[in-house]
Design a protein around this ligand. Structure first.
Ligand SMILES: Nc1nc2c(c(=O)[nH]1)N[C@H]1C(S)=C(S)[C@@H](COP(=O)(O)O)O[C@H]1N2
Ligand SMILES: [Mo]
Length: 543
């Protein structure tokens, strides 16, 4: 009966503003509690496992490491849309709208609490709901003001609070004054307050997100673990292991530049002192190892290049670091896998799992339970305090961060996180190569003696790179110079110079051949289910 059209828009706007205030207030409360439990995060965390793989992987491809922020923005935008609908309902049934606002607002608290985040996870949502509901009611009263002058009061919430004329609250006082005024000032107050509160809400979300990002990067560097000296150090880097070409990727990737892929919106924050790793399943002896025990073991340092299966041809989801850790082989030898076991399902504190072939973990390669990365404790984003690193396998089947559990099992019995989402069970790395120089679309001025330099990276972990070949404009393959090999588990740099190129546009193409003679295929295929293939090429102009 009260569904007059002029009421609908103010009510929709009130719903939108209330939602923004909800997210903003909750974000600030989460921030002040130093709790990673803002509703947008909790919803995102719950959504990620439900999102189709393609969506997650393409979000990663599109947004890079900013995929998390994109998800939060999407959730706030989606939530605001829902707020608009609730507002629309509120124009007709105010009580129902308030109930919906409170119900949806509390949902993240329920999700957070039931996923084990504890009672603290519910506080931001509760506070957000309270602030959102107040804003909703206040705005609706303001919107009512002109109508009420015409003598049609509606809604229990506004009728109830308008009895209190002694309130010092400025918004309420404003409302009461508007009661006697013509429509225009009431509308102006409404829009003014709505716009102001929207700005406050958006600013609060932005502040909360950027503070959380700052706190994360601080947590990423300030990790408490003090690394012991390695019993076996990595070999010194030979002089010829790095080529002198400007624009070429460094041999060792700095921790801050290392690509990062994980499904955790909030990276687990694990205390190294209470961390432990349990090895169980098809074993003769169940083994549990604490950090104190791990630190006492003879640790080894190895350079290993890690790559992501979802790396596109020419992509940069690959990095090389010096890892410090203990061979997984030795830990498994204590547990003694029983006959029939063919896989180790490693699990992390955040629920991620990876299936690694048992044989790869017990052969002589440097498969490590790692605690150090380039001389530092693992950054939080890269698995503090402990993760796995296995040369020769893509990260999704081997490199479990925040690892707490190794279950010795069989491929026939268990499936890992990405395998249940369409990726293959086994993930051996394929021989790959990439062009770094010239930059895409660059205009190159040949050097004095007419030389144009091309350079890049090539990798075939645990087999090693045998050769790299480069062609210009689909002509003959030319053999590139290679940097000296650091280890067959690491990538190598290549450089190839050309003379006599005409002015104009050219295409450079690269392919690698591994140490066993396997030639990188030119066949193009997408990353899912077992890594993209095809050759990387790039256009540049000679001036
Ligand atoms: N706990 C956990 N470990 C994980 C992942 C994850 O999502 N969660 N992602 C894996 C994937 S797909 C890759 S490629 C590597 C990336 O390791 P990085 O982030 O240290 O580069 O970590 C692996 N370990
Ligand atoms: Mo990955």
């Amino acid at each position: 009966m009260m569904a007059s059209t002029p009421r609908t828009w103010p009510s929709v706007i009130a719903g939108i503003v209330a939602t923004l205030i909800y997210f903003g207030a909750a974000e600030l409360i989460a921030l002040s509690l130093a709790a990673a439990s803002a509703p947008a995060l909790l919803i995102g965390q719950a959504l990620i496992p439900l999102l189709p793989t393609v969506l997650i992987k393409s979000a990663i491809a599109v947004f890079g490491t900013h995929d998390k922020l994109a998800l939060v923005i999407t959730i706030v935008a989606g939530g605001t849309g829902l707020g608009a609908i609730i507002g629309w309902i509120g124009a007709r049934r105010r009580g129902l709208a308030l109930a919906l606002l409170i119900g949806f607002g509390l949902l993240p608290a329920v999700v957070g609490f039931s996923s084990g985040a504890g009672l603290l996870a519910t506080v931001p949502s509760l506070g957000g709901v309270a602030a959102g509901a107040v804003v909703f009611a206040v705005l609706l009263r303001l919107a009512d003001a002109p109508a009420r002058a015409g003598g049609s009061p509606t809604g229990t919430s506004s009728a109830g609070s308008s009895a209190d004329h002694s309130t010092a609250d400025s918004a309420e006082a404003g409302t009461d004054k508007q009661d006697q005024s013509p429509a225009r000032p009431g509308r102006r107050a409404f829009f003014g307050l709505a716009a102001g509160l929207s700005a406050v809400g958006v600013a609060a979300v932005a502040a909360g997100q950027s503070a959380a990002t700052l706190a994360r990067s601080a947590a990423g560097t300030v990790t408490k673990l003090v690394l012991p000296r390695p019993a076996t150090s990595a070999p010194a880097i030979p002089a010829g292991a790095e080529l002198d070409v400007s624009g070429l990727t460094p041999l060792v990737t700095a921790n801050d530049d290392f690509y990062r892929i994980d499904t955790a919106l909030i990276p687990p924050s694990i205390d190294a002192e209470t961390w432990q790793l349990r090895i169980h399943g098809l074993v003769e002896h169940e083994v549990t190892i604490t950090m104190a025990e791990l630190l006492d073991l003879p640790l080894e340092e190895h350079y290993v290049t890690l790559a992501c299966v979802s790396n596109e041809v020419g992509g940069d989801l690959v990095g090389n670091a010096k890892w410090l850790g203990y061979p997984i082989r030795e830990l498994l030898a204590r547990a003694k896998p029983t006959a029939g076991a063919d896989m180790v399902l490693s699990g992390s504190d955040d629920g991620f799992t990876a299936s690694t072939p048992l044989e790869v973990l017990i052969d002589d390669r440097a498969a490590l339970l790692a605690i150090g990365m380039n001389g530092h404790a693992l950054p939080r984003d890269h698995g503090y305090p402990a993760r796995l690193v296995v040369p020769g396998l893509y990260g999704y089947v081997s490199a479990t961060k925040w690892v707490t559990d190794l279950e010795v099992t069989r491929f026939a019995d268990k499936e890992a996180y990405w395998t249940t989402r369409g990726w293959s069970t086994h993930g051996p790395v394929l021989v790959a190569s990439r062009i770094d120089v010239p930059r895409p679309g660059a205009t190159v001025t040949p050097k004095g003696d007419d030389r144009v330099v091309t350079a890049g990276m090539a990798w075939a972990q645990h087999t090693g790179i045998g050769k790299v070949q480069v062609s210009i404009d689909n002509g003959d393959w030319h053999e590139a110079d290679l940097s000296e090999e650091l280890d067959n588990d690491t990538w190598r740099q290549w450089r190839c110079e050309f003379t006599g190129l005409d002015a104009g546009t050219h295409t450079v193409t690269v392919r690698a051949i591994d140490a066993e003679g396997t030639v990188q295929t030119s066949q193009r295929r997408p990353a899912i289910p077992s890594a993209a293939t095809g050759l990387h090429d790039r256009q540049f102009t000679v001036s």
